[in-house]
Design a protein around this ligand. Structure first.
Ligand code: NAD
Length: 365
């Protein structure tokens, strides 16, 4: 088995606890990983003056693969999101989030098996914004009026939504290639093309063009995002691979996670042509941080995706089998899952869960 060097960014809040748990599980499963720890996030900003030091970016570039815990982003003011900056700097244009029912996790459905492919570089998420009352905002408002594009109230803050043919082709092609590689049957594009004709309209038109290249091999259809959400809640099993512009993909990821047991078990990855950064869907959960209550499953399942990416398929599968066994057994589960299942059994700590999982992994040998 090969040795791999991986950059580990524990991040903020529960990231410290879930990252430590993830490391123990990956090692117990037999992976030979050298962890190069790097800093990012709000605590890092306080300590070093920047939430994303150059050394952290350099470490990811050097090792090409990283796993990160969540980073706290101040709401409304303060520094911009570390995640957005990382995705931009490393050109991680794909956000990949598999959503799979886990028996015992308290999900609303036991037959969900879909993959969210979210565009990761543009849309409203790119952070191209103008502050209310600024000279730039006033100029833009006047420009829109002069062009006859529409009236914007003078006391507006403005965020620009841009969607390009290039980024859409890249993400939709990735979704189809993923479907082919993993034996999936259908790609669905979610959008609001009926209202935003020049941004989402372009997304849909481009998706349809790319879909033609895969005709006869992978099916294609599309859903308006609001109808998609309703259909997800009613019958999520109808979806296979779903491709989204950035913002809808972000929201749909949490919706999908909620259907299968919550954020505590939802893994993810940010992938580019050169680099890949694996991370759970959830945030730093300040409400439970530092209390040994966090569910580390999402980061552990993200590590399993990372091991797949590194070619360590058997070790990744060993971890997934262990996780499924702990959930099926049901005696050692964290508070979020106890809540989701409506169980009054005592909640396990992050450490107790991790130890039960390590025991389940070792029991397979
Ligand atoms: P959150 O995901 O941190 O928490 C939402 C709820 O889910 C909370 O009640 C939390 O306790 C619970 N939860 C989340 N993960 C859990 C886990 N592993 N185990 C048990 N319970 C869990 O979302 P939020 O409160 O909106 O965000 C908190 C901070 O995290 C914000 O600063 C936000 O910007 C940041 N954030 C970072 C990332 C990232 O770095 N990838 C992603 C999302 C949010």
């Amino acid at each position: 088995m090969a040795q791999h060097t991986v950059t580990l960014i524990p991040g903020d809040g529960i990231g410290l606890e879930t990252s430590a748990a993830m490391q123990r599980v990956v090692e117990a499963a037999g992976a030979d990983i050298v962890w190069e720890v790097a800093e990012a996030g709000a605590a890092c900003a306080e300590k070093t003056g920047t939430p994303l030091p150059d050394e952290t970016i350099e470490a990811v570039k050097r090792n090409k693969v990283a796993i990160k815990g969540p980073c706290t982003t101040p709401v409304g003011t303060g520094f911009r999101s570390v995640n957005v900056a990382l995705r931009k700097t490393l050109d991680l244009y794909v956000c990949l989030r598999p959503v799979l029912s886990m028996p015992g996790a308290g999900g609303r459905y036991d037959d969900v098996d879909l993959v969210i492919v979210r565009e990761n570089s543009e849309d409203l998420y790119a952070g191209v914004e103008f502050e209310e009352g600024s000279e730039a905002a006033s100029k833009l408002i006047k420009f829109c009026e002069d062009e006859g594009a529409g009236v914007i109230r003078p006391d507006s803050g403005i965020s620009i939504k841009s969607i390009s043919i290039t980024a859409t082709q890249n993400i939709v092609r990735y979704a189809f290639e993923y479907a082919l590689k993993h034996g999936r049957k259908k790609v669905t594009a979610a959008h609001k093309a009926n209202i935003m004709k020049y941004s989402d309209g372009l997304f849909l038109r481009t998706a349809r063009e790319v879909a033609k290249e895969y005709e006869g091999r992978v099916e294609f259809d599309d859903r308006i995002i609001d109808a998609f959400c309703m259909n997800m809640v009613i019958d999520p099993a109808q979806f296979d691979v779903v491709v989204f512009p950035n913002l809808y993909g972000d929201i749909a990821s949490d919706l999908a996670a909620g259907l299968v047991g919550g954020l505590g078990i939802a893994p993810g990855a940010n992938i580019g042509k050169e680099y890949a950064v694996f991370e759970a869907v959830h945030g730093s959960a300040p409400d439970i941080a530092g209390q040994n209550k966090a569910n580390p499953t999402a980061e552990i399942m993200s590590a399993a995706m990372m091991l797949d990416h590194l070619g360590e398929l058997e070790i990744a599968e060993r971890i997934r089998r262990g996780v499924r066994a702990v959930y099926a057994d049901g005696s050692v589960l964290t508070g979020d899952i106890r809540k989701a299942t409506g169980s009054s059994a005592p909640a396990a700590s992050c450490t107790e869960f991790t130890e039960a999982l390590i025991a389940a992994i070792k029991a397979q040998a």
